[in-house]
Design a protein around this ligand. Sequence first.
Ligand SMILES: [Zn+2]
Length: 161
Amino acid sequence: MKFVADRMLGRLAKWLRILGYDTVYDRNMDAHSVLSYLKEGRIVLTRGRRFRKERLQGVVWIQDDSVDRQIRQLMDEHLIDIESKSKFLLCSRCNTKLLAANHLEAEGHVPEYVMHSQKKILWCPSCHRFYWSGTHQERMRHYIRTHVLPAKEHQASSGKE
Ligand SMILES: [Zn+2]
């Protein structure tokens, strides 16, 4: 599943990349670009009011402003599966596929302790950011466990839409 998010959904786009989903962030999405994204096979995610009523195949109107509810909505609509999808493969900033960096390449770009303690360092060939598993990823997982997953139970028990 590939996505494109409109200008209201920058945080969601970043999260989808972290979760392993190819997601374009387009601040200037208009009717014309929506059609070309659909042709590319991307699901269009939008907060745009016109799509609230106008149902268009492949366009998902995002109901909530909070990013955990937005992720939850995509899970409920079976558009994403955060359990099985491989995470941390895409640059969260620019949506480029991350590559493995050897220690020589990583030297000077990552903290000393990472060089010594981490086995796997990844880097983005487009914006030259380095990534490694550790506290950052752990925090992301923790956020999903504490914010996104419980939202389901909460919603179910409160009976709210
Ligand atoms: Zn990047």
